[in-house]
Design a protein around this ligand. Structure first.
Ligand SMILES: [Zn+2]
Length: 197
């Protein structure tokens, strides 16, 4: 949007905010009541704009309340100075909380991903181990790839990740890489192809 259009839109919203809080918008006070109505909210600011973060303002003489959004708290500051600072401070707290929630949700998602990768790695690791053991039990020499994975170099492919990464992404990377290695080592053993031991 061009600057002029944006300015016109802003003025239009500010005018409808003033109209909604008529006759004297400065009678309204922000008492600290606010809430996050969520990303798919149906809430609207007194100006008519759809909003997610809701700030409740109240007119003391008749108890009339109105909702205003995070853009109009700045307009409201011009209408009723002295309140904008508290509203903006609360706005910042709300935004921080939303960011923190999103960060936690992402972290949980990553933990789920790690658990899935760990299970898949354990599954194919066990298939190869059983096959290698079968060669051992039969007193026969295992194919080189199996020997590489489960024989003298078995520390290269531990049963689970033996690293102590500080980030979940480290574990995700480790499992993805080692699943790939194990898949290429086991090849058609994973495809169910029977090999006479
Ligand atoms: Zn508004």
């Amino acid at each position: 949007m061009k600057n002029l259009e944006r300015l016109e839109a802003e003025i239009a919203y500010r005018e409808s905010l003033v109209r909604a809080l008529a006759p004297d918008p400065s009678e309204y006070e922000y008492g600290g009541l606010n809430y996050d109505s969520g990303p798919r909210s149906n809430e609207h600011c007194a100006c008519g704009h759809p909003i997610r973060l809701v700030f409740m303002i109240e007119r003391e003489r008749d108890g009339k309340t109105a909702k205003i959004g995070s853009t109009c708290i700045n307009h409201f500051g011009a209408i009723s100075p002295g309140q904008v600072e508290r509203m903006v401070a609360d706005y910042n707290v709300m935004v921080e909380r939303i960011k923190e929630d999103e960060r936690r949700a992402k972290e949980l998602q990553r933990k789920d991903e790690i658990a899935g990768l760990e299970a898949e790695y354990a599954r194919i690791h066990e298939i190869g181990r059983v096959r290698y053991q079968a060669y051992q039990n039969a007193g026969r020499r295992a194919p080189y790839e199996l020997y590489w994975a489960y024989g003298c170099y078995s520390t290269r492919l531990p049963k689970t990740c033996n690293k102590t990464y500080k980030t979940t992404n480290g574990f995700i990377g480790w499992y993805k890489k080692h699943i790939e290695i194990l898949r290429s080592v086991l090849g058609n053993i994973l495809n169910g192809a029977e090999i006479n031991v």
